[in-house]
Design a protein around this ligand. Sequence first.
Ligand code: NAP
Length: 370
Amino acid sequence: MAGGGDDAAAARNKMVVLKRHVTGFPMEEDMEVVVGAVGLRVPAGSSTPAVLVKNLYLSCDPWMRGRMSKHDEGATAPAPDFVIGEVRLHEPTHLRVVDSYQTMENYGVGKVIDSTHPEFKSGDLVWGMSGWEEYTLVYQPESLIKINHTELPLSYYTGVLGMTGLTAYAGVMEVGRPKRGDFVFVSAASGAVGQVAGQLAKIAGCYVVGSAGSDEKVDLLKTKFGFDDAFNYKSETDFAAALKRCLPDGIDIYFDNVGGATLDAALLHMRHGGRVVVCGMISQYNLEEPDGLRNMLCIIPKAVRVEGFNVAGYFHMYSRFEEEMARYIKEGKIAVVEDVVEGIESAPVALVGLFSGRNLGKQLVALARE
Ligand code: NAP
């Protein structure tokens, strides 16, 4: 075990704090970038082992929206609400300077700066849950995963080789269970999860159609990700008709990232024995009253399986997934498109942009490149 001490230098630590809990669509102004300080060693005398990580890339994910609301006590929520940042001002600057804070958090990729945990040493590259900040002191290092494929871009561990890639893999392979020749439909198909889900279904020998919110994204689906067909749902007047046009024989697997009207239309069009992989419902996350579904009845005569899943239940297969996905990337079977913004100041606007489709591919924030 190495590290731990008081004699280390301190560094500036810019971070994103939540200013107020959110109802409706999140706005950049709901968050604030503040400046704190961090010692560059794990504090001496800490009762539990800890790892100090310099964050290189932070991931922007829709699930963060759920944590920006204030839920009633006992309400079902995927993770605890973010705590409103406790900001105490030192001095007024263009950024606020704090000595007490609570950052937002999400998955990130980083380099270990110091460690008192036996399994991590300075210089290790890791990914896992971290603060939305430049440096994070991780007190539960079991949640960090060492990066094996350093020959691939490290940023991939925020996406295709990280949580969203594992989500696509678990959703397609474990929940959807594709068979060669299946007809597959993926919504939000050019995004982090969707682009990988569609390509995995192609690898499994399926006919794959995607929907996305711009002509540029549709073009990407067909030219970069190898989808067989795709359409821009924002310019279609009749969503069900678009599905019928692209998938005249119906859908065997619907990989649902958006819920709402898209899910309802897809239900009408499922084939006998079809599977609806309920991954996400981004169209519902900012609504006070969720949309209802009208077409659930269809699942009875067609014996359709509708199954939700949470990636948290699939981390036991991460090693297998990492090897398989790294191989696909190297073989050119999986293409990756990232939308990278620079600097932590860009994080709030990048997060908000997910809910209007501003991102083109996996949205992430680059803080430092080693
Ligand atoms: P993403 O697709 O990279 O980004 C979000 C995309 O959603 C936007 O670019 C936009 O694309 C689309 N969108 C936004 N608002 C929409 C609306 N009202 N109606 C239809 N589409 C809308 O995000 P991601 O990280 O890959 O996540 C995709 C989904 O998977 C999300 O629902 C997320 O919550 C879910 N997810 C679930 C798990 C799990 O464990 N089950 C894990 C990770 C993610 P367009 O321009 O194409 O509209």
